[in-house]
Design a binder for this molecule. Structure first.
Ligand code: ZN
Length: 150
């Protein structure tokens, strides 16, 4: 249980219990759905895109605390970014949670997202943490039918 306690850090619990930007986004021009059958996490991501910039982003869904917290932190960190900037951030984030980061200092740009680094110890949780990101990328690419982590 000590490993789990480390994983479920305070900031993760806070985002899991009180997710930010948890709503349907009125006027969203992009939307995608994601599903992680391993855990049962479901998420819908809404994006308002203008001139290649994420003007607003929100999500709805049901899932474990990791998937909810990760989606909450994601919406905070991608708002105002260009699509290319979102892609770079995702790559960094994914390298971190998949334990593939070549440079341990490269999490500097991740901000709060860095607290999710602990999921790399729990391979099934990596899918929980990355679900909302894969769904966001599907939305940005205009693939509303969405993604499944399987
Ligand atoms: Zn989950």
């Amino acid at each position: 249980m000590s490993d789990l306690r480390e994983l479920y850090q305070e900031i993760i619990l806070d985002h899991g219990k009180r997710p930010r930007n948890f709503r349907a986004l009125v006027g969203a021009d992009r939307r995608a759905e994601g599903y992680n059958p391993l855990c049962g996490d479901k998420v819908t991501v809404y994006v308002k895109l203008a001139d290649g910039v994420v003007k607003d982003v929100a999500f709805e869904g049901t899932g474990c605390v990791i998937s909810t917290a990760s989606a909450s932190m994601m919406t905070k960190s991608v708002k105002g970014k260009t699509v290319a900037g979102v892609e770079r951030l995702f790559e960094h984030f994914h390298q971190m949670i998949a334990g593939e980061s070549a440079n341990p200092h490269s999490t500097d740009d991740l901000g709060d997202l860095a607290v999710l680094a602990g999921v790399r110890e729990f391979p099934t949780r990596v899918k929980c943490a990355s679900l909302s990101w894969h769904t966001l990328r599907a939305a940005l690419k205009g693939e509303p039918s969405g993604v499944s982590t399987e």
